[in-house]
Design a protein around this ligand. Structure first.
Ligand code: FDA
Length: 510
């Protein structure tokens, strides 16, 4: 797939013959930068040094996606697909290396088709999780979908990478709840589940979005939840008393309690503060009794409860307040104020009070802009489904996912950036003996290029090498990586859909 300036001219000409001009933004367009930055979450990838697309195709329907793929194939221009733009390494809209590519932006392609009393929904990839929650909660109250905590995340990327959140313990990861999907493949054809076959349908539910085609819509299974659920945000100080460390040591042991799948307590550690954020699929009085019985150390009382509908609970979790209108979760406006770098881990054995104490004293207290988010597993995700049901392998025996993040202000690079990254690396290093190993597991949705990047074989038609993909791929997908590579070898042997962490094509059976 050789690409050059002339191939990008031919590509643009091809697009102009098929797609309305107001949906195509070449670099020369006055709106190019505002459309490019519209859903970017991290200004680190909007500098003058960033490798930018030759154009953005703002698809509003599946036929535009098909046309963009066909023009791209014909003229040697790859596409990077963007749904919500939340990729932690910006791979949906920038390339690490010099490359001629286009962005296929799906943010206008975002209908949610939901009907009262129907336990399924069709949603287009460009919808945000907030738009999905709002449509379900207003049209079909009593039903819910296990999505993530942040309402601006795109459905396309969330489900492509698996998707975890506050109901994963009860209903599995987001991708476990996909019943059907429509994908545009490397030949520009649209395939549903029956047409794509079970191998490809398996791969797109968590195997990463960039490798197999463009998923345009998803049919999701909804689950019934009580009309009233309960949420709380309890903040505790991590002072020198060791009390916060003791609370965390207790919290770790609760994750695998088989009788508590209705209860999820996510933990956010930042500076000297610990936030325990809970979603309980039931009322306040039972929650309070459960907390008194199993986690008295937290000191939760009925005054901490907010009894809400599921939709309002998701708005509380995303917006941080019960006072704001629920419509706030429809807001797609991005905030480009802070730079961020993230990493992830999985914990399979409790790390214990002493390690938590050291983490507070040596790491968290030294940097108010460093954060750890602990997302509990166990429950359904840990016990009922086998590790191979979808590509997401972090199931049996996993206590929780750790997401490390560090923020900084000012410039993308420079002294503040270096200090922030040093903090992140030292904290990650400290955790090494405490987290999973061989491989050190990581979450595909919390993309981290530090764990490995693809190399491409020599020649104009070179494809991503299997060995380079294994380095990062087995951390995200463990034993499922080889099957993903075999599916890729079957559906896209020429490696049209690729980026720095796409699945390499394995051209022999797995
Ligand atoms: P974006 O559009 O950047 O796409 C991400 C990747 O998927 C890219 O490689 C892209 O090419 C590919 N892709 C996107 N749409 C596709 C499509 N339709 N077909 C094929 N490929 C496609 N995760 C989680 O599991 N639980 C959570 O609670 C959160 N919370 C959260 C909060 C915040 C503030 C951020 C920045 C991120 C998260 N995430 C998360 C991580 C998030 O799920 C992850 O970044 C997703 O890939 C984002 O999906 P978007 O569509 O927004 O990203």
């Amino acid at each position: 797939l050789p690409s050059s300036a002339s191939s990008s001219d031919d590509f643009l000409r091809c697009l102009s013959e098929k797609i309305p001009p107001e949906l195509v933004y070449p670099q020369s367009s006055g709106s190019f930068m505002s459309v490019l930055s519209s859903s970017v979450q991290n200004p680190k990838f909007l500098t003058n040094a960033t490798v930018r697309p030759v154009c953005i195709v703002a698809a509003s329907g599946a036929s535009h996606v098909q046309d963009a793929v066909r023009c791209g194939r014909r003229h040697g221009v790859r596409l990077r697909v963007r749904s919500g733009g939340h990729d932690y390494e910006g791979l949906s809209y920038r390339s690490v290396r010099a490359e001629v590519f286009a962005v296929l932006d799906l943010s206008r392609f975002r209908a949610v088709r939901v009907h009262a009393g129907d336990a399924t929904v069709w949603v287009d990839s460009g919808a945000t999780l907030g738009e999905l929650y709002y449509a379900i909660g207003t049209v079909n109250p009593g039903f819910a979908f296990p999505g993530g905590t942040c309402s601006t995340v795109g459905v396309g990327g969330f489900l492509s990478g698996g998707g975890i959140g506050l109901m994963t313990r009860k209903f599995g990861i987001g991708a476990d709840n996909v019943l059907d999907a429509r994908i545009v493949n490397a030949d520009g054809e649209i395939l549903d589940r029956a047409a794509m076959g079970e191998d490809l349908f398996w791969a797109i539910r968590g195997g990463g979005g960039e490798s197999f085609g463009v998923v345009v819509s998803w049919r999701l299974k909804l689950s019934m939840v009580p009309r009233t659920v309960t949420v709380f945000n309890i903040f505790r100080a991590a002072d020198n008393s060791g009390a916060a460390a003791a609370m965390l040591a207790k919290w770790e042991t609760l994750v695998l309690e088989p009788f508590l799948p209705d209860l999820t307590i996510l933990v956010v550690l930042q500076g000297r503060t610990v936030l325990f954020q809970s979603l309980y699929l039931g009322g306040c009085s039972r929650l309070t009794a459960t907390m008194r019985a199993y986690f008295p150390e937290l000191g939760m009382t009925p005054a901490d409860c907010h009894e809400l509908t599921w939709l309002r609970a998701m708005a509380f979790i995303s917006l941080g307040s019960t006072d704001l209108p629920v419509e706030g979760i429809l807001n797609r406006t991005n905030n480009l104020g802070t730079y961020i770098k993230s990493k992830s881990d999985y914990v399979r054995r409790p790390i214990g009070g002493a390690a938590w104490d050291t983490l507070f004293q040596r790491h968290l207290s030294s940097n108010n802009a460093g954060v750890l988010i602990l997302e509990p597993h166990g429950g359904v995700v840990g016990s009922v489904v086998p590790d191979t049901i979808t590509p997401y392998p972090h199931r049996q025996g996993v206590l929780y996912n750790v997401q490390y993040g560090v923020f900084w202000w000012g410039d993308a690079e420079g002294a503040s950036a270096s200090a922030a990254i040093r903090w992140l690396e030292e904290t990650y290093e400290f955790m090494t003996p405490l987290v999973s190993s061989n491989p050190r597991e990581a979450f595909a949705n919390y993309r981290d290029l530090d764990i490995g990047e693809n190399s491409v074989g020599a020649g104009a038609n070179g494809v991503t090498t299997y060995e380079s993909g294994r380095v990062w791929g087995e951390k995200y997908f463990m034993g499922n990586f080889r099957r993903l590579a075999a599916v890729k070898g079957k559906v896209d042997p020429g490696d049209y859909f690729r980026n720095e962490q796409s699945i390499p094509p394995l051209l022999q059976s797995y």
